[in-house]
Design a protein around this ligand. Structure first.
Ligand SMILES: [Zn+2]
Length: 424
């Protein structure tokens, strides 16, 4: 399948034709127009001390090696968006290994970090993940997750896109990173700019309204908002991005503005943090050694100097606390439960111990099976409980949720776009 037919399949034939018509107005003949848009992104980010990740095809970097390194110096992360803008589901493992390896080498040579990957059209297969692992990528951000929208807003083209992307609903699963072997998988939130502009056809103020609603849900749940805007649609989406950035910078408890490589590094390092638990006469001394920004949160227990309350939790000062209580204030997971239960909980920041009986721990979990659909109910059960608990904060420095501005840099000029249509 050619890139044009992939695009047509995702958008519906007429839509692809309509899109081809609007493309000419969006991309200049030289990179100038697109660079101005990237500059607009930079201005916005500066105003809010934000961070951004722009996946770019290696072929674009190859054609314009001069355009991107200076943005990298200003703090933008460039990730790999394929060597060519092609459907990776159609490529074999060896083809993907070859192309991803070449892409990483090229970006690195041009002074771009290339730690992560986002698949063109958000289309990937298990072989893509194997290829990313083999070629040394730290994270993937290709799995789409869609946040519920008002029924009156949803259109058929949008529903088709969700199908095409194999998106999962945020009503059924958390929008959070997860460790998959050597890779951190970071979901990509929908509706993105393409969805709100071309599939849902929302006005700029409606875009702002929908994204603000999504931001509030994500913040409430303590998850990650990848706010995706491709530079070519920045004008239509400026109001929406500004609204979200404004809300995020004035919300308490705070939001962590991060790039995707920051998120991947943090998720792995915080999950790997070591927790030492030493009994002393009055109770337990708990010490954490982890990445900078790691915090201890305490619920239902007395801790000297605790501050910054977030819901039922207080943030402990420093990385050592002493607590007294009848039961161990951690999550006891029954030894018969699948290993995925403890692995999932540790990634959320819970301190998990294996146990053979209920009663030793203030919180006890036992599961015969554990699928992705059971993650949200389990989190809900743990967070609704008032049982005493000591855990690590999911995000650094007491942030409640995280936000990353992102968007693929598919092309710098109309010629790049033409090459993309031919899969080159
Ligand atoms: Zn793309």
């Amino acid at each position: 399948m050619s890139a044009l037919s992939v695009a047509a399949k995702g958008q519906g034939g007429l839509r692809a034709v309509h899109r081809a018509g609007t493309i000419c107005t969006r991309y200049g003949v030289t990179p100038g127009k697109m660079e101005r848009r990237v500059s607009t992104v930079m201005d916005l980010l500066e105003a809010f001390d934000g961070r951004a990740t722009l996946p770019v095809t290696a072929a674009t970097v190859e054609r314009h090696p001069e355009a991107l390194p200076r943005y990298a110096e200003l703090g933008i992360e460039f990730a790999v968006h394929g060597y060519f803008h092609v459907d990776h589901k159609q490529l074999s493992l060896s083809e993907q290994v070859e192309q991803l390896d070449r892409a990483r080498v090229l970006l690195t040579r041009e002074g771009l970090t290339a730690a992560g990957f986002r698949a063109p059209y958000l289309r990937w297969s298990p072989a893509t993940m194997d290829a990313l692992g083999e070629t040394g990528f730290a994270y993937d951000s290709s799995q789409a997750v869609h946040w519920p929208l008002d029924d009156t807003v949803v259109t058929d083209p949008y529903r088709r896109a969700l199908d095409f992307y194999d998106s999962f609903s945020a009503a059924a699963r958390p929008a959070l990173p997860s460790l998959q072997g050597d890779l951190v998988q970071i979901p990509y939130c929908l509706p993105d700019d393409e969805a709100v502009v071309e599939r849902l056809r929302l006005s700029p103020d409606r875009v702002a309204e929908e994204w603000l609603g999504i931001f509030r849900s994500i913040h409430e749940r303590g998850e990650l908002f990848t706010l995706a805007v491709h530079p070519e649609r920045i004008d239509h989406c400026l109001e929406g991005i500004s609204a979200v950035l404004r809300a995020a910078s004035s919300t308490w408890p705070g939001v962590w503005f991060a790039r995707l490589d920051d998120v991947a590094r943090w998720w792995r390092a915080r999950t790997d943090a070591s927790v030492e638990i030493i009994p002393f006469d009055a109770g337990l001394r708990i010490s954490v050694r982890g990445p900078s920004g790691v915090t201890i949160l305490v619920r239902g227990l007395e801790v000297d100097g605790a501050s910054d309350r977030d819901g039922r939790y207080w943030r402990a000062p420093g990385t050592t606390v002493e607590v007294a209580g009848e039961r161990r204030p951690f999550v006891g997971v029954h030894a018969s439960s699948p290993p995925s239960v403890a692995a999932f909980l540790r990634q959320q920041g819970y301190i998990v111990e294996e146990t053979r009986r209920a009663g030793d721990h203030s919180v006890f979990v036992e599961r015969e099976r554990f699928s992705a659909e059971e993650e949200l109910p389990l989190l809900d059960e743990l967070e609704r409980s008032e049982a005493p608990l000591v855990r690590l904060g999911r995000w650094p420095n007491g942030a409640r949720s995280a936000l990353c501005l992102t968007g693929d840099l598919d092309a710098l000029t109309i010629w790049d776009y033409a090459m993309r249509v031919f899969g080159r």
